[in-house]
Design a protein around this ligand. Structure first.
Ligand code: IMP
Ligand code: MG
Length: 181
């Protein structure tokens, strides 16, 4: 993995594609066990989670229903915002369903909490969070993720679906903002 430059920022290798695949497989194994015989509703948060979700779901041997939502938070900036806004809403009934929210990264936890509060109003049977990345040191939210790929340091990351200013999503590995850039 070589360094990547996007606009004015330099990013250095952090997690290889192989490391990610091994971890995604083990999260899928856990979900297969926990939801054996069930048909959970997996709600994927666009845009960032699309690659993680695609890989995770292909390792499942249960039969989930998959839906997508979009929540706006960051814009092109690099700091988290406390005000989330539902952009592309959920078009299925979650009442009585076992819901798994699939996120790329949870930082403050505000984005996930905003959505979960909204879903809880509709009385699902259960709701859990699967996130590839978790910045636990920055977490201030209400709902701790249930399935965590990697607990990572505070540095901004891109790749494997995650972007900086809408770029870098195509990278198969994950890269960290180089210190001092
Ligand atoms: P939270 O509401 O603070 O938990 O922020 C979660 C959202 O912020 C994620 O869904 C991402 O879209 C974005 N985000 C947080 N940290 C990063 C990062 O390091 N790289 C790219 N996006 C990030
Ligand atoms: Mg996101």
């Amino acid at each position: 993995m070589a360094e990547v430059t996007i606009k004015d920022k330099k990013f250095v290798p952090f997690l290889s594609a192989e490391e990610i695949q091994v971890r995604v497989q083990s999260l899928a194994t856990k979900i297969n066990q926990d939801y054996a015989g069930k048909k959970p509703l997996m709600i994927v948060v666009l845009n960032g989670a699309f690659i993680f979700a695609a890989d995770l779901i292909r390792h499942l041997d249960i039969q989930p229903e998959v839906q997508f939502i979009r929540i706006s938070t960051y814009g092109d900036a690099m700091s988290s915002s406390e005000t989330a806004q539902l952009m592309l809403g959920l078009e299925v009934d979650v009442e009585g369903r076992e819901v798994i929210l699939v996120e790329d990264i949870i930082e403050s936890g505000f984005t996930a909490a905003y959505f979960i509060d909204h879903v809880l109003d509709q009385e699902p049977d259960s709701i859990k969070i699967a996130t590839l990345l978790y910045k636990s040191s920055l977490f201030k939210g209400k709902y701790v993720p249930d399935y965590i790929g990697f607990d990572i340091p505070e540095a901004f990351v891109i790749g494997y679906g995650l972007d900086y200013a809408q770029r870098g999503r195509e990278l198969p590995g994950i890269y960290q903002l180089a210190p001092g850039t």
